[in-house]
Design a protein around this ligand. Structure first.
Ligand SMILES: Cc1ncc(COP(=O)(O)O)c(C=O)c1O
Length: 412
């Protein structure tokens, strides 16, 4: 199987020490990067170097060690801001990840909403982009609407046009579905939102690791993402937002770095981005995330995207050849990124994942924290293989071999 990609996958694989592991006497085949990616040595070492040589709290000390820590921390913020195409570094708020970023938005934007104001989401959102808006609905009596998904896994854009009205304040949508792999037309969606005076929020958890992201070109107002899915550490991620909107918003959490002045009855908030960063931040995680942005930029995000697309096209072809297998999501690999979710009519996804584990193949089974989209397709769960820059066609062949083992064990 000749790889056609220009990505030097062998060299990349050497950067990821976890790929040296073996289970049951077989080399690990990691096909769960959609849940969390493996980490390259460059990221691991950046964190270790910070703890070994530069550790102190940031923004507070006037001694050299703290100044070094602050410089490393802010330099990392700058790298991450550039990685997503932010105009200004102050537009990049560091959070624990996509979930926290979306909760921040639902809370802080929600403070300005009134009963009857509308939020439009979609059926394919991750729970992180469903639940915060349901919580807001309870708090502020807002109205929540959802754009449906067609049989191939595309958003019904005609429904979007009808659901977004002049009462709509927020349109929130995932860039890439973590179950279907659908790549959504954000520019078009943002235009519909803006034509009605609404804000457009994008959940970038599954796109940021896999394609070059430029928030300016996307035309959205907010963009949320997680470090751990893009070669970075867990517990760190970001929220990009337009400065002029962030300036007007209420803070989310109180305390620590987010204040300028505190009095007994009231306080004044700090400037951006610190207004949204209460408490001691995940300093080492931020530095690790900066190293992940450097790593992916050095590889080249266009190459990563091309490599992913080739693997998705190959995986789709091989999975479609399997009798009794239903593959969810768009058929066009150009509009299908990162994940391959499927249902086998002779075994439950949990059994499939367990058999795959005996072959050292790591896949995910379940609803992938997106129950409404599973319901939409009439499946309680799926088996999901997700690919990344260190995967090869041989990894997908190992998965297909494991499916054949499942068939031998379960079909009768
Ligand atoms: C589309 C999507 N949104 C949000 C999340 C939540 O990300 P995190 O758990 O890093 O906050 C995920 C994680 O799987 C996801 O795939």
């Amino acid at each position: 199987m000749a790889a056609t990609t220009m990505l030097k996958v062998d060299a990349i694989r050497a950067d990821f020490p976890t790929l040296r592991r073996e289970f049951h006497g077989k080399p690990v085949v990691y096909l769960d990067s959609g849940a969390s990616s493996l980490k390259p040595l460059q990221v691991i070492r950046a964190e270790a170097d910070f703890y070994e040589n530069h550790y102190a709290n940031v923004h507070r000390g006037i001694y050299q060690l703290s100044e070094e820590a602050t410089d490393l921390f802010e330099a990392a913020r700058e790298k991450v801001a550039k990685f997503v195409g932010a105009r200004e570094t102050r537009e990049l708020i560091l959070t624990r990840g996509t979930t926290e970023s979306l909760n921040l938005l639902a809370y802080s934007l929600g403070e300005a909403l009134s009963p009857g104001d509308e939020v439009v989401g979609t059926v394919m959102e991750h729970h992180s982009n469903q639940v915060p808006w349901q919580m807001l609905k309870r708090r502020r009596r807002t109205v929540l609407k959802h754009v449906g998904v067609d049989d191939e896994g595309y958003l019904k854009m005609d429904e979007l046009d009808k659901l977004v009205t002049d009462r709509t304040k927020v349109v929130t949508v995932t860039h890439v579905s973590n179950v279907l792999g659908t790549v959504n037309p954000i520019k078009e969606i943002a235009k519909v939102a803006h034509d009605h005076g609404a804000l457009c929020i994008v959940d970038g958890a599954q796109s940021t690791p896999h394609m070059a992201v430029d928030v300016k070109a996307l035309g959205c107002d907010f963009f949320a993402f997680s470090g751990h899915k893009m070669c970075g550490p867990s517990g760190i991620g970001g929220l990009w937002g337009r400065a002029e909107i962030l300036e007007r918003m209420e803070p989310f959490l109180g305390g620590g770095d987010m204040i300028r002045e505190v009095h007994l009855q009231e306080s004044k908030w700090n400037e951006l981005p610190y207004k949204f960063e209460a408490g001691t931040p995940n300093i080492a995680g931020t530095i690790g995330l900066g190293a992940a942005a450097d790593y992916l930029s050095a590889v080249g995000m266009d190459w990563v995207a091309r490599h992913d697309e080739e693997l998705i096209a190959y995986g789709m072809k091989r999975l479609r050849e399997q009798p009794g297998l239903r593959l969810l999501g768009p058929q066009d690999p150009k509009r299908h990124a990162g994940v391959l979710s499927f249902w086998l009519d002779f075994a439950h996804p949990h059994d499939i994942a367990q058999v795959m584990d005996t072959e050292a193949v790591c896949v995910r089974a379940g609803h992938h924290c997106a129950m409404p989209v599973n319901e939409r397709f009439g499946v309680p769960a799926t088996t999901r293989a997700s690919v990344y820059l260190y995967n090869t066609q041989a990894d997908l062949e190992a998965m297909v071999g494991a499916i054949e083992k499942v068939r031998r064990l379960f079909s009768r």
